[in-house]
Every structure is written in structure tokens, then in C-alpha cells.
Design a binder for this molecule. Structure first.
Ligand code: SF4
Length: 369
């Protein structure tokens, strides 16, 4: 019976790690995609890219990366900015908590490190919002240090190369993966190898239909040898997502639309949205229930517009927009006056505009052309 990689002796392990490094470097030089964050060694720019790329598609990040760096070209510039300006610039990227932490992190770097990011993963991890993965990414990519980083892509590559069957050991949190990546990085140029592992997972060793014939690790890959590359990692059960129903109030006055900034805790904290009222019957307008939030009740349309659905990580919102016309400047009693604004069609509020609001604005005819 073939000996499993996971039981190999230290000499074999070292040989595998060296062979991986030797195969990955030339492959990456040939195959890497051209990305703006790969044309820089500025640790701040790399930090920004790593935060944006978490949970967000590359094409979306490409649309926002340059604009963010133009507006906040350095740690000091980001630290000096107002949080609402940061959230506004983050609009379209989602998961706004990342923007808040990046902002807080920049202030910390100015205070404790005079605006220059530290070089070691340990020091980097002491910055708000910089976890183990981001610290490893900045230390390896910007400072060329053999500090490991494991995300979902890297974990998948390693799990397949080593033929790991245990679902728990396939996760990005598995300590074995971190040790293995550190081992690979020691055998070459950390900056190149860290990116190569991520790039391989993103473009070749993909979750479904990995392109094994094009893979630089194919001759070393246990999953490929056993023909189980599609079974590793094991599929995970999706948690059920609860659904909430809302009426989204699209109240206009003199051709402008009321938006409110949500409370600073909870889902969509501090971001701009239409006033939302929970409902059990989205297809019916309960005028008195909607009126109660306004000192001068608007004139409501007879029926809601078609629903807008938004899927968050752990829940789903189903929203029925209700058009209302106000005879006076509208004010919604559920939000303080300074957290309300009126926008013209296509205009943006002075802060973060989450995707859920963009969808609602499209539905009520106020989206940017
Ligand atoms: S050979 Fe296939 S399964 Fe193995 S690492 Fe390469 S792409 Fe992934």
C-alpha cells in the first residue's frame, strides 16, 4: 500500500516543501495575473489590497482599489480621514466592518509606529483588524519574510497536495497548513511563493474542476494520484439563513428622497439606507403603521413595488419598497435628525452606501445612471 504523505518522515517532508517552492516560483513568474497590488512593494497598499480581497471578488476590488489609494494614499492620510469619508469610499465593496477596522488600524500605526507598518507578523498582529492571515500576507509580500499565510485557496491546495481526508485538517485554521506554508516559503523568495500559493488556488486548483494538467505541483499531488481532487476539501453544510421581511420607505419631497444613517451597532451599522419597517405582510401596505414614524404622514402609493432580496452572510432580507410623497420636508422619528438626508436621483449620501441600498435605489428610480 502506498505510504500516505501525512505519515512521511521529516526528510521526505523537507524534500516535498523544497520541490513545491522550486515548482511554484517559475510557474508564478509565467502565469500570474497582472494586478495593481502586484506592481508595488508599499506595505500600506498591500495591506489595503489584502483587506479588500477578503470576502470580495477580484473584479470588484479592481474597480475600487485605485480610487481608494488616490483618496487615501498613505497610512497618515487614511488615519487623518473622517470615518464617514472612509465608508463612502468603501461603497461597493461590502463588509464595511473591514473599512472601519482598516481606518482604526491606520490610526494605530500612526500612533504607535509613526505611520510605518512594522515588519514582523507578530507586531503586525497587534494592529486592530490585522489577523493572522493579513499579518502573514503583509510580512511575506511586502517585507519578503518567511511568515506564513493560509486562506481558503491555500488550504485547498495543501489539502489536495497532501491528500488530507480529515475535514477539520482541511480548514485554513489547521496548524499543519501554517507550518507547511512556512516551510515552503523558507525554500525560496517568500514574497513570490506566498502569492504563488494563493494564485494557484484561485486560478488552477479551484474548488470545482481543478486544472491539474496545468498545475506545477501535479507530479507531487496526492489527491491527483488518487483521483480524489474533487472530493477534497469535503463539502460543508450550509447553515440555514433566516429571512426577515421589511417595508422600505421611499419618501420623496420636491423630487428628493429621504435616506437615514442606520444605528452604529448591528447589521449595516452607520451606513445609509431607506427607512425600514418590519412587516409580516410585504404585499400589503399598512398605512397607519408606516405613518407613525412621520409627524406629517406622506401620501403612500396603493401597492408596494416588486420586492428586493438581499442575501447577507447569515441572513436574508426581503424588502418591499413603498413609495410615499411628503407635503413637508420629511423627518423619520426612528433616526436622529443629523442622521437623515435628502438626495436627488443619482446623488450619493455623505457616507457608506451598501449594496442593499443601491438595489433599493435602483428599484425606486434614484440610482446613479
Ligand atoms: S494537481 Fe490538481 S488537485 Fe493537485 S494541487 Fe494541482 S490543481 Fe490541485
Amino acid at each position: 500500500m502506498a505510504r500516505r504523505r501525512t505519515q512521511a518522515d521529516p526528510g521526505d517532508d523537507e524534500a516535498l516543501l523544497r520541490a513545491m517552492a522550486q515548482a511554484l516560483e517559475p510557474w508564478f513568474a509565467e502565469a500570474q495575473r497582472d494586478m495593481p497590488w502586484r506592481r508595488t512593494r508599499d506595505p500600506y497598499a498591500i495591506w489595503v489590497s489584502e483587506i479588500m480581497l477578503q470576502q470580495t471578488r477580484v473584479d470588484t476590488v479592481l474597480r475600487h482599489y485605485d480610487g481608494f489609494l488616490e483618496r487615501f494614499p498613505s497610512v497618515a492620510a487614511l488615519a487623518a480621514a473622517d470615518e464617514q469619508a472612509v465608508l463612502q469610499q468603501w461603497s461597493g465593496l461590502g463588509y464595511y466592518r473591514r473599512a472601519r477596522l482598516l481606518h482604526r488600524g491606520a490610526r494605530d500605526v500612526v500612533e504607535r509606529f509613526a505611520g510605518a507598518l512594522p515588519r514582523t507578523a507578530e507586531e503586525l498582529r497587534s494592529i486592530p483588524g490585522v489577523g493572522e492571515y493579513t499579518a502573514g500576507a503583509i510580512a511575506s509580500i511586502a517585507f519578503d519574510r518567511p511568515e506564513p499565510l493560509v486562506d481558503g485557496n491555500v488550504a485547498r491546495v495543501l489539502s489536495r497536495v497532501e491528500g488530507i481526508d480529515d475535514p477539520k485538517q482541511q480548514l485554513a485554521t489547521a496548524r499543519r497548513h501554517w507550518q507547511r506554508v512556512a516551510g515552503v516559503l523558507r525554500h525560496g523568495t517568500p514574497r513570490v511563493l506566498a502569492q504563488a500559493l494563493m494564485e494557484l488556488g484561485a486560478t488552477v486548483c479551484t474548488p470545482r474542476s481543478p486544472r491539474c494538467p496545468a498545475c506545477p505541483l501535479r507530479s507531487r499531488c496526492e489527491a491527483r494520484r488518487r483521483g480524489v481532487q474533487e472530493e477534497i476539501p469535503a463539502p460543508r453544510k450550509k447553515a440555514e439563513q433566516p429571512v426577515s421581511w421589511w417595508h422600505a420607505l421611499a419618501v420623496t419631497w420636491r423630487g428628493r428622497l429621504l435616506l437615514v444613517r442606520r444605528p452604529d451597532e448591528g447589521l449595516l451599522a452607520d451606513l445609509w439606507c431607506l427607512p425600514l419597517v418590519p412587516t409580516a405582510a410585504p404585499e400589503r401596505i399598512d398605512g397607519p403603521a408606516l405613518d407613525s414614524g412621520f409627524s406629517v404622514p406622506p401620501r403612500w402609493a396603493e401597492a408596494p413595488l416588486p420586492e428586493v432580496r438581499h442575501v447577507f452572510t447569515h441572513r436574508i432580507w426581503q424588502m418591499a419598497p413603498v413609495l410615499g410623497r411628503s407635503s413637508r420636508k420629511p423627518e423619520w422619528s426612528e433616526a436622529p435628525a443629523e442622521r437623515q438626508c435628502l438626495i436627488a436621483p443619482g446623488e450619493r449620501p455623505p457616507g457608506g452606501l451598501p449594496r442593499v441600498t443601491t438595489k433599493l435605489l435602483e428599484r425606486v428610480g434614484f440610482a446613479a445612471p
